[in-house]
Design a protein around this ligand. Sequence first.
Ligand SMILES: [Ca+2]
Ligand SMILES: [Ca+2]
Ligand SMILES: [Ca+2]
Length: 459
Amino acid sequence: MKGISPALAIACTLALAAACTSGGDRTAEGGGTEPGEVRVIATGLRDPYEIVWGPDGYIWATEKSGGRVTRVDPANGRKTVALTVEDAVHTPGGQDGVLGLALHPDLLTGKGRDWVYVAHTYADGRDHRTKIVRYTYDQAGQVLKNPRDILAGLVAGVDHQSGKLRFGPDGKLYYTIGDQGANQFALYCETIRAQTLPTAAQVDAGDWSAYQGKVLRLDLDGSVPADNPEFGGVRSHVYAVGFRNAQGLAFTPSGLLYGTDQGPKSDDEVNLLRPGKNYGWPHVAGYRDDKAYVYAQWAEAKNGCASETFNDYAIPSDVPYAEESDWNDPDFTPPLVTFETVADDFDFQADTDCVNPATQFVCWPTLALSSLEAGPSGTLLATSLKDGAVYRIPLTSGGEKAGTAARIADTVNRYRDTALDPGGGTLFIATDSAGLTRDENDSPTPVLKNPGAILAYEL
Ligand SMILES: [Ca+2]
Ligand SMILES: [Ca+2]
Ligand SMILES: [Ca+2]
């Protein structure tokens, strides 16, 4: 699997070993076996998307397909619905719905700022959009009330929404918005706009249509912070550019901001996010190394995009493409870590268990990183959808670099997000309700062990 022999893959799984390394340069794997049991805390959630430990000792969860915000008692798994988002839209199988969740640090401290921020998709006429809404928590009724739109009219779709929301130590909100799945699969004739910059006229008009593939930074009333970076001489909500599907976003105690990005067939990334920087997509996947990725621009096909059939392995002669080294930007910032950077001649179709085109993506070397959390002792914890594991990544050099990752909490699930208890000893893991992952033999399976659950793992 993943370019290694089935026998070795099975041996690795049985041993719960992390070092299933052969095939390409498996940059960030390796490390020791991690004992530990994964416990079930709660079930019956509908695609929990973002989970956060609350000051009330509950785990707060958005439910992407369930259209809710639910509080879960970690002691007994009991669920209390705090909010049903009446105007949320979700497409079956889609990445849209109720997504990001952030709690104001003053929540339940009696300062009059019992605020909870929720990001969700909604219908705007025939279009779907995303908005970030502030609710006020009514502790007596245990419900979220008084919605106030913070930022509405963001681009939305069914693929690559990203949609993670953080309350920063600087008192700003941070939000990831993906490339909308353009230039691949059913949307292969759409152009990726992760490098498209908003104009001053767009910002003045409240037109956020250039925000795809970005990390945004907002004042709490939704306005553009005065100290946001400028791109092309224009200050907007955009904090950093060049992302594909950035589902992980985490501040460490030292105040540094990290994010993940999902690679196309190789090169999932962990990035140190800085204002004004360019993280490369779609010109670069992972490092700017010309390995196993070129940027094919299907929308620019000379014979017309509609005349071509999308193919992930071969680019038709009339579709223009560029090598990574054909592009350069002085603000390009490579990742700290990739999962996996493979050799340029890597055969993405070599896995004989993965010949079904509908499930083949599960066998590609990428893990589909889906969240990021600052863990104990200077680590980052990233979850994987395709691998059903948590990757514990040690930070080094004051957080400027990362060491070799260890693979923990391995199950047959799609891990979507995590939360830590205040002591940092228990990691809670939210799982998707449906979808494909890798089974014990690393073959694609739709059979998830704990669908729609919150699990716990002692670090
Ligand atoms: Ca979380
Ligand atoms: Ca990148
Ligand atoms: Ca690369």
